[in-house]
Ligand binder design. Sequence first.
Ligand code: AMP
Length: 285
Amino acid sequence: MSTSPQVITPPQQLQQFCLDQKHRGQKIGVVPTMGALHAGHLSLVDRMRSECDLCVVTIFVNPTQFGPGEDFDKYPRTLEQDLDQLTSHHVDLVFAPETGTMFPADATTQVQPPRVAETLEGPLRPGHFQGVATVVLKLLNLTLADVAIFGQKDFQQLAVLKQMANDLNVATRILSAPIVRESDGLAMSSRNRYLDAEERQRALALSRSLFQVRQQFDEGQRDARDLAAELMQGLIDGGVDSADYAVIADAITLESLETVDRPAVALVAAHVGQTRLIDNLLLTP
Ligand code: AMP
């Protein structure tokens, strides 16, 4: 029988606990999440367990990374089910703080995110990456983590956090893990539960168009503008309500490419009904 993870709510208590563990020589790993866990999150947990002695999962719907009019209020909060899932994945500790203790009114310091935050999601979600970078740095400081892991599902977020860690000499090693998909290709996301059956079908436009473009890439197409045009057409033909972007970008800087002559990534963001979805696929020869 697995035991359920210990749950800590006050940030100072988490830091003291992790400090004690560290003094005992334990290697600490952290998996930051906003909860409403699915197999994508659990793949991060499984990977992390082989990297550390103490695996901490954080569950915090971070208000500072949501813009006005975004889904902060309706974001799914399913702590009991999340804890059940983490029990069977042998997680030691869950940190589930109250918003006010993470962001007291007098805490006004923010991380200025790196340049890679200025493209794609950056202009569409002002303040988003500042909110992400700030909360992640706080979580790394609270857990004193040796290792942290993030999914490639949020490809730009991963690039932002790697650069932040590098620029600010963060001692935590940043790992990444591949996107976990449903059997029909849809990238798993906590937001998929907003989709009704008809929208769920149309949401497949994202992964389908990405896989079509990768097939063209595998067949030798290297003109990134043609590939991007195909990607956008695939979204529209697949029935999304609107597309925010469909680009072929340098996999490190996320700058748009004209020719795929280096490691690249195809990235899409689109709206289906009231739901905004993102997805991506690496283009590597
Ligand atoms: P979130 O709870 O959406 O903030 O995600 C927490 C972490 O899980 C982030 O590092 C995400 O990139 C990662 N993640 C979310 N969905 C997936 C997925 N389908 N496959 C792999 N990782 C994921």
